[in-house]
Design a binder for this molecule. Structure first.
Ligand code: NAP
Length: 336
């Protein structure tokens, strides 16, 4: 079968490799759709640890092709989405119910073969059913959506509250929709590209801000009255963290979601955080949220088609992951 393999730092290529089989406790999934994530580019460049050689692809959806020994709940033919993060269930974080912080986390598409392939074998316990007939492209959004849902859980948006989302990539544009679904009365999106700001307005944002147009903090504070209740930092750049902390109302919450490169330091003013009782939270991966994300995708409540800017085959993946995002790119979906 064909698979896109990371073989060494910066060396990604489509290869012909043996089709995997479903071992005990596993299912074999025929991949129908897989999303390219910014993390795939980080892995390509060695900015995020991976196994090697390994087939990349951790956001995917497909049909159960074969069922291994001692698997219950699957007969074959079901449409599934797979939670890529396999926790050990033995370390302290796992015992505390925080599998995203597992000491031995082993992610599919990172440390074991993933979904940029025709087939992938996964532990059956990682798979979640999707309704038959659902567009597999929508199913492939379950993984990033699951991460966003964790951020929402942490943020505690209240109906009628105000939310600022910093960064209008696919994550920011999902967050805009989720904030509205959660009941936020005001949703501000800050991002540089005009087309994304326009799309955000169609997806439920109540206002947008171009960071190049002036003082972002003053703009958001002016529009929200006394500052926003919640900031979701989805850009992963130092200035958005600093801006986000300053645009909160007293007692507000900033959720750090964007990945800033390892080692980057960002000056903050602890006195301001203290006297305003700012809650600074982080949301990492998808603890216990994949099933909810699958249900949400299945419900059709989110607009996902507008986020897909490119659909490609396996042969195009290496060139796309090996290059920076093209202007206008929001989400690239691979259909093996
Ligand atoms: P992305 O496409 O890189 O989106 C981030 C966007 O932020 C950029 O496209 C850019 O859009 C915008 N941006 C950059 N500088 C900005 C600035 N100064 N002010 C405002 N906006 C700015 O990435 P994504 O896929 O949407 O993901 C967002 C972040 O979440 C990434 O860092 C990703 O690694 C991270 N992530 C975290 C988790 C987790 O579990 N915590 C899970 C998935 C992804 P414009 O060009 O329009 O400004």
């Amino acid at each position: 079968m064909r698979a896109v393999r990371l073989e060494a730092l910066g060396a990604l290529a489509m290869r012909e490799i043996p089709r995997p089989t479903a071992g005990a406790g596993e299912i074999l999934v025929r991949v129908l759709a897989a999303g390219i994530c910014g993390s795939d580019r980080h892995m390509f460049r060695g900015e995020y640890p991976t196994g090697r050689p390994v087939t990349l692809g951790h956001e995917f959806c497909g049909v159960v092709e074969a069922v291994g020994a001692s698997v219950t709940g699957f007969d074959g033919g079901e449409l599934v989405t797979v939670d890529p993060n396999i926790a050990c269930n033995a370390c302290r974080a796992c015992h505390e119910g925080r599998p995203n912080l597992c000491d031995n986390l082993l992610a599919i598409g990172v440390f074991r073969d993933g979904g940029f392939a025709e087939f992938v074998a996964v532990p059956a316990l990682q798979a979640h059913l999707l309704p038959p007939g659902l567009d597999p492209v929508h199913g492939a959004f379950s993984e990033p959506l699951a991460c966003c849902l964790h951020a929402l859980d942490v943020a505690r948006i209240v109906p009628g509250g105000s939310v600022a989302i910093l960064g209008g990539g696919v994550i920011g544009l999902l967050m805009v929709q989720l904030a509205r679904v959660a009941g936020a009365g005001e949703v501000f999106l800050v991002t540089r590209q005009e087309a994304r700001r326009a799309l955000a307005m169609e997806l439920g944002a109540t206002a947008t801000v171009d960071p190049a147009s002036g003082d972002v903090v003053a703009s958001v504070r002016r529009m929200s009255g006394q500052g926003v209740d919640v900031v979701l930092e989805c850009a992963g750049v130092p200035e958005t963290l600093q801006q986000g902390l300053k645009m909160l109302r007293k007692g507000g919450t900033l959720v750090l979601f964007g990945v800033t490169p390892d080692g980057v330091a960002v000056p903050v003013r602890p006195f301001d955080l203290l006297v305003n009782e700012i809650r600074l939270e982080a949301a990492y991966l998808n603890p216990h949220t994949h099933a909810r994300a699958a249900a949400m995708v299945a419900s059709g409540v989110l607009e996902l088609d507008r986020l897909v800017t490119h659909q490609v085959g396996l042969d195009a993946v290496a060139a796309i992951v090996g290059a920076p995002p093209q202007p206008g790119e929001i989400k690239v979906i691979v259909t093996p």
